[in-house]
Design a protein around this ligand. Structure first.
Ligand SMILES: [Zn+2]
Length: 101
């Protein structure tokens, strides 16, 4: 199966304990949507050009599954970067990329 586009869903962060409530997401010096780009499906908001990932098992282009944004200054991914997750629905092999501004 070639790559499949999943309908886009925005993910919102809800703190699950007191430590999370004391370390809220977001960046006081970066404009939205920085820190709010968490998503399942849709199209990746790549920060740099990238060769679309291929499945190491079957060689087909993988489906974009999700992107995870930097949480806050303490848990920033490099320079306010993101993690992009790809999946092959035939082999259930996953791959992830990290990009930073
Ligand atoms: Zn595959």
């Amino acid at each position: 199966m070639s790559r499949t586009r999943i309908p886009p869903f925005k993910l919102e962060l809800i703190p699950l304990d007191d430590e999370a409530r004391a370390n809220p997401p977001g960046f006081p010096y970066a404009r939205p949507p920085t820190g709010q780009r968490h998503r399942i499906g849709g199209d990746p908001d790549f920060l740099q050009h990238v060769e679309w990932p291929r499945c190491p098992q079957c060689g087909e282009e993988m489906s974009f599954y999700a992107q995870i944004d930097s949480l806050n200054r303490q848990f920033a991914i490099a320079d306010v970067g993101m993690i992009f997750v790809f999946l092959c629905f035939d082999d259930f092999t996953a791959s992830a990329l990290v990009q930073s501004t």
